[in-house]
Design a protein around this ligand. Structure first.
Ligand code: FNR
Length: 388
């Protein structure tokens, strides 16, 4: 049965249905510093605000008397099937939201048929996340380490564990100016939170000055791990040649995340990438940035259908997802919403967020007169005066 039917039969839900309600519930359920780490962004957080506000400048138009129902929200992107074009964006240190972290999110995504893009910075190693949800669909987000052997090891491990695409993070080669963390002094990595993929890697411990992967972590090892990770986490300047190197290591599709300019999209297509993600990292990196949604139509036009274009930064509802698809995205990802779901209810909370999104999206697809995502186009949206 539908989620709506289920919720009504249960006499309502313990979980909120509005983005604001979900955020407020997460704020209540989390230590202040954890919530601020997740909710916050760079500088004055103008980019964060712009990302969400941009959706308020688009309205959906719709047709009547069409055979739109039931609509089918499923699609396949780069060979990966998904029950809806909404994926879990990579988000590091999810254990700040809930101790079961990415494993709980993996199980929720598996149950709903959503794709999980696993962050490089997880508390649970990527192999264990895959084992937690063996029938799930998953991609791996790759933070290119400043050590070629470690880079290659992470890619080979991801491919061996069943991840079906590599998402190269392109917008995080320096730390964002994160004003909330600067005020509180909270830095999750000093306790080796989120370093599961690294502390399970032989090459990582070589770099840390140890011969092999230790069985347990002494306080000295935790300190060595945090120090080493800070040193090698990302290669300062990724070059197009690096993509060629990556191509030589794996046969998986390569997707670059963080593209906002049409000229770069054109260049990356020429370099032979298999997909792009229009994203500004949820406003966590550069303040005073352009809303990610405003970057989508020009990038989609530059790509011209050569490769799939994905989108994130500010998607909160099924109708937001529909607007992004109408403006040229093949699929979208959500970041903070799934972390908030995780915070309020672990696996059940993430499932709630995903089921709500899928059902609202599917209904909106039918209401706008579509049977599938494929026929969505700019004709479905109209620029409107801002709503707030
Ligand atoms: C992120 N994001 C992110 N991206 C990435 O490529 N690797 C990562 O490890 C992380 N870590 C991370 C942690 C937290 C707490 C957040 C909120 C986000 C960015 C993420 O993938 C995505 O681009 C944004 O979250 C999308 O914006 P919304 O949906 O949060 O507005």
């Amino acid at each position: 049965g539908s989620y709506q039917t289920q919720v009504f039969a249960a006499g309502g839900s313990p979980f909120p249905f509005t983005p604001k309600g979900l955020e407020e519930a997460a704020r209540r359920d989390m230590p202040r510093e954890h919530f601020d780490y997740i909710a916050g962004g760079a500088g004055r957080e103008r980019t964060v605000a712009a990302n969400e506000a941009a959706f308020g400048r688009w309205g959906l138009t719709y047709r009547v008397l069409r055979d739109g129902a039931p609509a089918d929200p499923s699609r396949t992107v780069l060979g990966t099937p998904m029950s809806m074009p909404v994926m879990l964006a990579p988000a590091g240190v999810a254990e700040l939201a809930h101790p079961e972290a990415e494993a709980a999110a993996a199980r929720a995504a598996e149950r709903v048929g959503a794709v999980q893009v696993l962050s490089a910075v997880t508390s649970t190693p990527l192999e264990d996340v895959a084992e937690a949800a063996p029938n799930g669909q998953r991609w791996f987000q790759f933070a290119w380490p400043d050590d070629e052997k470690l880079a290659r090891s992470l890619i080979e491990r991801a491919e061996a564990a069943g991840y079906t695409a590599i998402v190269v993070m392109g917008d995080c080669h320096v730390a964002g100016w994160r004003t909330r963390e600067l005020s509180s002094g909270f830095f999750p990595f000093q306790h080796a939170h989120g370093l599961g993929n690294y502390v399970s890697d032989r090459r990582f411990w070589e770099l840390a000055g140890f011969g092999s992967v230790p069985d347990g972590l002494t306080p000295e090892m935790v300190a060595a791990a945090a120090e080493t990770w800070n040193r090698v986490f990302t290669k300062p300047a990724l070059q197009p040649e690096d993509l060629a190197l990556l191509r030589s290591w794996t046969s998986l599709p390569i997707v670059v995340k963080g593209v906002c300019r049409p000229d770069e999209a054109t260049r990356l297509c020429a370099e032979g990438v298999d997909g792009l993600i229009v994203s500004n990292h949820g406003g966590r990196q550069l303040d005073a940035g352009v809303a990610a949604l405003d970057c989508l139509p020009p990038v989609a036009a530059a790509v011209g259908g050569r490769v799939p274009v994905l989108f994130d930064s500010g998607v909160r509802t099924g109708t937001d997802a529909l607007i992004a698809l109408a403006l040229g995205a093949d699929a979208v990802m959500i970041g903070r919403p799934w972390l908030y779901g995780l915070a309020v209810g672990g696996q059940a909370g993430v499932e709630h967020v995903l089921r709500s999104l899928r059902e609202e999206f599917t209904g909106a697809l039918a209401l706008t007169g579509h049977r599938t995502c494929a026929s969505l186009s700019e004709a479905d949206v109209r620029a409107v005066p801002p709503t707030e």
